[in-house]
Design a protein around this ligand. Structure first.
Ligand SMILES: Cc1ncc(COP(=O)(O)O)c(C=O)c1O
Length: 358
């Protein structure tokens, strides 16, 4: 009888709640207004011949490397950061190795690491989801081969100091340190290029979030050229589709679009956090395009009441330490205003009480 690897048989199925997402989608941290109109124009120009050809990654890698101010050999374009995580695990992990992740965090680190047969060790975040530098350091052993950190983190929005991440990378030279900067544009600090000082460091970036290209599936794994060469051996030469490759230079070129959108998200983030403060709702200050807040026993009523007003938010109760928590993505100025109006009505409806006068 055909059997999958034991490590795969033991994996839980990860099924994000994608069905029935009609309305204002503040549940997946996507760009809520879509990609730049210039990207859409480029998409419409794509010819049958372009689609008939196998995609060529390298010329676009040179453009992206230039944008990141690194060498093309230090970058591999991937089918989203999801594939970057997968490639890193396939390249560096084997059964018996240890992979460290700080929880709560993005689900794919555990899935891709566990699938290789490596042992995944979850290190709980410190109080209030602060980055647990010393606990993480204390869990490093000679078997540690991967440490994955989302910075800013999903679902908490909290960040790790660059110095802490570099210290961890220096203290575990036998391990690949992945710093996943999927939400970089909403934060602004990066470790890009630091592998020249700490060679076991990798930085991942996505075009799914600020750039609004989640449906095209494109991201990047960056790091030391030799390590990137090894990871690219595991990848298909056609891992990124030709449509995504055709559109990416246009997307990168329209930085005004990104700046405008990111500005609106950051403004909305500050307003939402202030609103939570006024209602006495515990939230975690975020550097990403979403905010996590705790509604305790009111959580389900809040989600349902927002849904009735056409707004989707994400229940994160199942994540480590997140009972009663909801994650809300920010969007454009108008969408954020609509969210705040709906949130006020909802909170009043479900019996939350304002704690300060407005
Ligand atoms: C931290 C983090 N990394 C990666 C991803 C997925 O990125 P991509 O769409 O590029 O696969 C997400 C999506 O939610 C995320 O939160």
């Amino acid at each position: 009888m055909l059997e999958a690897r034991e490590s795969v048989r033991n994996l839980a199925t990860y099924r994000p709640p994608l069905a029935g997402r009609e309305g204002l989608r503040l549940d997946f941290n996507e760009n809520t207004v879509g990609c730049s109109p210039r990207v859409l124009a480029r998409l419409r120009e794509i010819t049958a011949q372009e689609i008939a050809r196998y995609p060529e990654r390298e010329p676009i890698e040179a453009v992206v490397a230039d944008h990141f101010d690194i060498r093309p050999t230090e970058l591999l374009l991937t089918n989203g950061v999801d594939e970057a995580i997968h490639l890193l695990c396939e390249t560096f992990l084997q059964p018996g190795d240890e992979a460290l992740i700080v929880v709560p965090t993005f689900a794919m680190y555990e899935i891709s690491a566990a699938a290789t047969g490596a042992r995944v060790i979850s290190v709980p975040a410190d109080a209030d989801f602060q980055f647990p530098t010393s606990d993480l350091l204390s869990r490093v052993t000679s078997h540690t081969r991967l440490i994955a950190v989302a910075n800013p983190n999903n679902p908490t929005g909290s960040v790790a100091e660059s110095a802490s991440l570099l210290e961890i990378a220096s203290c575990a030279p036998q391990a690949a340190i992945l710093v996943d900067e999927a939400y970089f544009e909403f934060y602004g600090r990066t470790l890009m290029g630091q592998w020249r000082n700490v060679p076991n460091l990798f930085v991942a970036r996505t075009f799914s979030k600020a750039y609004g290209l989640a449906g095209l599936r494109i991201g990047a794994l960056t790091g030391n050229a030799e390590h990137i060469r090894l990871a690219s051996r595991v990848s298909s030469p056609y891992n990124v589709n030709g449509v995504a490759l055709a559109c990416l230079p246009t997307a990168l070129d329209d930085q005004d679009y990104i700046r405008r959108y990111v500005g609106q998200v950051r403004q909305g983030r500050a307003e939402l956090q202030q609103e939570f403060g006024q209602w006495g709702i515990h939230y975690w200050p975020s550097e990403a395009n979403f905010v996590l807040a705790s509604f305790g026993p009111l959580k389900t009523a809040l989600i349902q009441s927002l849904r009735a007003r056409g707004i989707l938010v994400r229940d994160r109760s199942g994540d480590y330490g997140c009972e009663g928590c909801v994650r809300i993505t920010l969007g454009s100025t108008e969408q954020n205003a609509r969210l705040l109006r709906a949130l006020r009505e909802t909170l009043a409806e479900i019996g939350a009480k304002e704690v300060t006068a407005k």
